[in-house]
Design a binder for this molecule. Structure first.
Ligand SMILES: *Cc1c(COP(=O)(O)O)cnc(C)c1O
Length: 371
């Protein structure tokens, strides 16, 4: 089989989804499954749907376009104006933060003869996307005054930019705005989308759930971890994704380099410890394939460094030969990089051409030796 490749345990993804959907159902909270870390993998999306998600979300409209599914698709990043027409055709809803984009969506939806649902995101302190509390009422007016948009609800996102933890205090702000909006316009908002996997613990334990009725979950479903402390969530599988790489060199090498030392390929070189020699392997994996942050080597193997194309390992006592395959676990950053690398193959039905989306090749001229 070809390497590097990602192996996906779809049964584990389905299991994780079902466990989270069932736990949150006891609190009347439904789940939108977030596929963005898998490049919008149709196979992963299907596993999430079997596990019971109410809808799917992705930050890229190109990923949503790949998902031919019987549940609503939500764009969970504020749309680019340049993609407004594609967004209203592909997604039934999008998360929004500003009147300029909302006006562009309204134009696009009207022109296409479509309705598009809007969830307005409220700033609760993490300072990534979100409308300042005092400006939410004006944004609501813009949506309510539009021709083709419907105000589906309000939402919030914490923990991504500044690590702000969801708690009763910041969530109460969201619920106050929900109630003020409903009272002022005599309407009921369908969706209060309180957050991502970082909001899971709060949603399952708080006595002040308020109007929260939806979470948007990616990491917890895919990796079985929560993002605040990157700890495993009880009852979930943490090894649904495995990156397989092939060993291209094994040698006994000195533990310490020699010569004058300056920077290495990616900044400061590693601190060298130990004496004598060690059994070192090179795996044909690099930063073009995976992020070192979140790459989990097999037990007893130590990562010494990684450049664009070479992963250098201390094999310890392991008997490994050239041509052997080694299996790595993946944290969030490593998963995203591996799933989006054109060099890493995966069997997930995405049908993405070898060079990946957005990459075009120029045809060699007739008669070229490369043809
Ligand atoms: C990525 C993202 C999510 C999902 O986050 P996880 O931590 O992977 O659950 C939810 N909402 C928004 C707006 C996102 O960007």
């Amino acid at each position: 089989m070809s390497a590097p490749r990602i192996e996906i345990d779809l049964a584990a993804v389905e299991h994780n989804t079902r466990v989270l959907v069932d736990r949150l159902a006891t609190r009347d909270v439904r789940v939108t499954g977030v596929t963005k870390a898998t490049l919008g993998s149709p196979a992963v999306a299907a596993a999430m749907i079997r596990g019971g998600v109410a809808g799917l979300g992705d930050s890229r409209v190109e990923n949503l376009a790949r998902l031919d599914v019987p549940v609503p698709r939500t764009l969970i990043r504020s749309p680019m104006i340049s993609q407004a027409a594609q967004v209203v055709r592909t997604a039934s809803a999008s998360l929004n933060t500003g009147p300029t984009v909302i006006a562009a969506l309204d134009d696009a939806a009207t022109q296409a003869g479509l309705r598009h649902d809007v969830i307005l995101m409220v700033e609760l302190g993490d300072l990534r996307e979100g409308i300042a509390v005092d400006d939410v009422a004006a944004a609501v007016q813009v949506v309510l005054g539009s021709r083709s948009l419907r105000l589906l609800g309000l939402g919030a996102n914490l923990a991504c930019q500044n690590g702000v933890v969801p708690d009763d205090t910041n969530m109460a702000v969201l619920h106050r705005i929900v109630e003020a909006t409903e009272a002022r316009h005599h309407l009921t908002l369908d969706v209060v989308s309180a957050g991502n996997s970082a909001t899971l613990d709060w949603a399952l334990t708080t006595t002040r759930l308020g109007r929260t009725n939806e979470l948007r979950l990616g990491e917890s479903i895919l990796l079985g971890t929560e993002p605040l402390r990157r700890t495993p969530v009880a009852g979930l599988s943490t090894d649904a994704f495995t990156l397989v790489g092939e060993v291209i060199e094994v040698a006994e090498k000195p533990a310490r380099p020699w010569g004058n030392r300056a920077q290495a390929a990616y900044g400061e070189p590693p601190v060298c410890i130990g004496r004598g020699t060690r059994r070192q392997a090179i795996v044909a994996l690099g930063r073009q394939d995976v992020d070192l942050d979140g790459l989990i080597p097999p037990a007893g193997v130590t990562v010494l460094g990684m450049s664009s194309d070479h992963l250098v390992l201390d094999l310890g006592d392991h008997q490994v030969g050239v041509g052997d395959e080694l299996r790595f676990g993946l944290g969030y950053g490593a998963l995203v990089r591996a799933m989006t690398s054109p060099f890493v193959t995966r069997a997930d039905g995405a049908g993405i051409p070898a060079l990946g989306p957005g990459v075009t090749t120029t045809r060699p001229p007739a008669g070229s030796l490369l043809a």
